[in-house]
Design a protein around this ligand. Sequence first.
Ligand code: GDP
Length: 462
Amino acid sequence: MVLAELGGKLRSSLHRLQGGRGDDAITTETLDAVLRDIGEALAESDVRAELVTDLKDNIRRKVGDAVSENTASSNANLARQVQRAVVDELTSMLTPSGEGSAKPYVMRRGRPNVILFVGLQGAGKTTSIAKFAHHYLRRGWKTAMVCADTFRAGAFDQLKQNATKLRVPFYGSYTEADPVSIAEEGVDRFVQDGYEVIIVDTSGRHRQEEGLFEEMQEISAAVNPSNTIFVMDATQGQAVYDQARAFHSAVNVGSVIVTKLDGHARGGGAISAVAATGSPIVFLGSGERFEDLEAFNAQSFVSKLLGFGDMRGFMEEIKSLNSGKDREEMMKNMAKGQFTLRDLYKQFQSVSKMGPLDRVMGMMPGMPEHLIPKGGDDERSKQLRKFLVIMDSMSDKELDGKIDLQKKNDPATEKRIRRIAAGSGCHPMEVRALLQQHKQMESMVSKMGKSGMMGGGNAKQR
Ligand code: GDP
């Protein structure tokens, strides 16, 4: 998962609220310790000190009084309240503030959406373009690419290579030196041909310089993009703030893709810094594969970071890729906090179509990182298939939760588990592992259903 280290630290700070012994009341000292841990974790992730201070002050303002008046009997309630405040404040830290952008990120079906990509060299612009194209292709959008980077030798070849792998048409030139006319001609052609996503790659430079900004402005004036996406590299942490502001004022950057969030400790700093400039982050890049692009939504991101799973993201993903009655039914149940083995079966079925499995499984509520099968996607799909086969051997009543398979020391339940194992050619331990996993997810869905954490937000179609 993106930012695994930060997530782990935030999760363990919230664990303090559970308390070692149930009869210990949550006190002001507990809250101080939680806030100290959260502050340290964010600082290590290179989040700007002022943002961290604001976050801690806001949380204290929201729950400080309740904590100082607390008695052990209201611990559970208070723990939820503090947790909620932490989630809300982290979410608001990652939500764009300030002036915002002139053109919000909206994609319209059946119309040409011209998307101009800008960024410094090495930020991951070309890679992100391929991922972006892949994202829309998988959702059935008619997509094409234009290479208006005439500055870097090899830029056209790199784009061409990706376009060929993705089987999307591309436009560019080895001889024409004027990026503005290439952009204009390429976009015109694809608009005429009815393309819905027309991606324009522009030159990156080693650093911000006048020439680059002028060129971006000219291209932007020539193709009149529906959106300009600024690609930036998370490894720079909070330093991206100045860069994002400079690009924002030069070309009216509408949205941002933050790349290289995989395995980089400074990602939290980069994301919060972008949010502070007022530009919305639309996607995160988390690897070098075409699939390693995640739509960004602050609420889902925080929920996932804190180990609550990304129920909303998961549902959005299911919604964008599947349709049908089953899905509606499952989503309704989950919103009510219900989650049967049959729901798990349907989730696994959808997941196996969604790929890449590590990313999608990481979104599933209650799916702890260590339960996501290791190894490549092959290994994971094998595991998923096995789970599906086990559930195929269950009766309707078992799948629908009308018979409890979790009863301990119950000979009838043991017999059922042995029957399911025999029917699916597995060891009873594997059946129990699946039941255990279902139990964890069920309790997470139930908690989230009650807390209302699954709904809300302002998700747009991406
Ligand atoms: P450009 O100069 O901005 O077009 O940058 P490229 O797209 O050529 O990317 C520069 C390097 O960063 C390449 O080696 C990419 O494979 C790598 N890269 C891009 N995005 C990501 C990402 O999200 N994660 C990782 N780990 N590497 C990335």
